[in-house]
Design a protein around this ligand. Structure first.
Ligand SMILES: NC(=O)C1=CN([C@@H]2O[C@H](COP(=O)(O)OP(=O)(O)OC[C@H]3O[C@@H](n4cnc5c(N)ncnc54)[C@H](OP(=O)(O)O)[C@@H]3O)[C@@H](O)[C@H]2O)C=CC1
Ligand SMILES: Nc1nc(=O)c2c([nH]1)NC[C@@H]1CN(c3ccc(C(=O)N[C@@H](CCC(=O)O)C(=O)O)cc3)C=[N+]21
Length: 381
């Protein structure tokens, strides 16, 4: 596949008053029966209409000037002659940072009240095996966020070649510790360790990643409620809902079927009554299938694999990719999404940026899950 380099374009941030979303620190119920499923106000059509309205207003202002067809013609020629700049597109930019900020404030406030009322606070234990650059980056981001809101953290770092029993012992220790409310084992693990075995050992009550089979199973089956929903998929849905993107009845394509993102995102989108297709490494003609989707979620781990010509005009694009790539300048690394932003932004009606899209919301969901876990442990729910 031809994957062209595609730098993330600088874009005008689009801010919209944040509506109270359905998923947040208090995890309101998304498992309502069909008649109660909220319909969201800003559909894709209206997202498109919104940008169209902006264009109309722009031309309204120009109307007095465009007093004859000659001027119009001249303007048209000029317009065509100037190459489209990075900001001249119609897609709404689905910013994640303001959402993450708001969730963090709510978590901070709840934690403050928790400390005042019972003098206790949540603690998150993080287990890191090996020395992967990206794992270090992700853990640094999570620890920083915990520190900002007042969640205590404990990090256990094991060497790349550690024995499976060392890792199992570390997790079991955290399971037994009543002062630990959340446990994450950073993935991926080195090849010699059995990922599924480790995940099975994490107590489902402390599984703030939502990867334990009990939590995944309860997410998968209609009418059941998991203790935790995985953070990135929860962030994806939160972002869609807060930006008023209608999910019900829409065709969603998820590229990637990982347990961290793709699979649970498909389950959540189905909970919200989307019709979901899953694409993976063996899918034939992913471009054709993706081009039929109203909502596209990219979770592949390959920079810029999703090109502009994969997308239906007006699709909503959620780029979950967070790939560290060497900076073209030769100095250090930068983060790149799975979607070629520069191309997609011209076709989509709304798109998440990388960085600053789903990533920060994912991290705020980890804080929210840890808070929920502590509340359950303290009998506050
Ligand atoms: N923003 C966020 O909050 C988060 C971002 N991420 C990012 O998401 C990306 C993916 O991570 P993760 O889910 O852990 O990755 P995995 O490697 O676990 O999964 C990748 C998926 O992509 C599929 N795939 C691989 N190549 C192709 C292809 N050519 N066409 C279609 N599908 C393909 C694989 O298919 P198959 O199953 O057949 O192998 C697999 O299902 C990374 O960039 C990661 O950093 C991850 C978590 C959170
Ligand atoms: N047990 C486990 N749980 C995870 O949740 C988990 C994991 N393992 N392994 C790896 C993936 C990846 N992941 C991300 C988290 C935050 C950003 C994030 O905040 N990204 C920033 C940029 C980050 C950067 O600068 O590199 C952004 O998009 O703005 C991205 C990706 C969680 N994961």
């Amino acid at each position: 596949m031809n994957i062209r380099g595609c730098a993330t374009a600088g874009v005008v941030a689009w801010h919209r008053t944040l509506r109270k979303a359905l998923l947040g620190p208090n995890l309101p119920d998304v498992w309502l029966p069909r008649e109660h499923t909220p319909s969201h106000t800003l559909s894709q059509e209206s997202l498109q209409r919104k940008s169209f309205d902006v264009n109309l207003k722009f031309y309204d202002h120009l109307k007095p000037l465009l007093w004859c067809q000659h001027v119009l013609f001249l303007f048209g020629c000029l317009r065509l002659a100037i190459p489209l700049g990075a900001n001249e597109h119609n897609a709404v930019i689905l910013e994640g940072k303001p959402i993450a900020k708001e969730i963090k404030l709510r978590v901070t406030d709840e934690l403050r009240r928790m400390k005042i009322s019972i003098g206790r606070f949540p603690r998150l234990s993080v287990v890191l095996v090996g020395d992967r650059r990206d794992s270090h980056t992700f853990i640094h981001i999570k620890l920083k966020a915990c520190n900002q809101v007042g969640i205590e953290t404990v990090v256990t770092q094991l060497p790349e070649n550690c024995a499976e029993s060392d890792l199992l012992d570390a997790v079991s220790g955290f399971n037994l510790d009543p002062d630990v409310h959340g446990i994450i084992v950073q993935l991926p693990l080195p090849q010699h360790l059995d990922e599924e075995k480790i995940i099975n050992v994490v107590s489902p009550e402390k599984d703030v990643d939502g990867f334990h089979p009990l939590n995944v199973g309860n997410l998968a089956i209609r009418g059941r409620k998991p203790l935790f929903i995985p953070c990135a998929p929860k962030g994806c849905i939160e972002l869609l809902l807060r930006h008023g993107v209608e999910i019900k009845g829409k065709r969603a394509v998820i590229i990637g079927r990982s347990k961290i993102v793709g699979l649970p995102t498909s389950l959540l989108l189905q909970r919200h009554h989307a019709t979901v297709s899953m694409l993976h490494a063996y899918t034939k003609d992913p471009q054709q299938i993706t081009s039929e989707a109203d909502i596209v979620v990219a979770d592949v781990g390959i920079p810029n694999i999703v090109r502009g010509n994969w997308l239906k005009k007006g699709a909503v694009v959620i780029d979950m990719g967070s790939n560290q790539v060497k900076d073209p300048s030769g100095h250090g690394f930068r983060v790149s999404g799975d979607v070629c932003f520069e191309e997609a932004v011209k076709v989509a009606s709304a798109i998440t940026p990388v960085p600053g899209g789903v990533g920060p919301v994912t991290v705020s969901m980890l804080l929210s899950n840890t808070l929920d876990s502590a509340k359950r442990a303290f009998g506050m729910v």
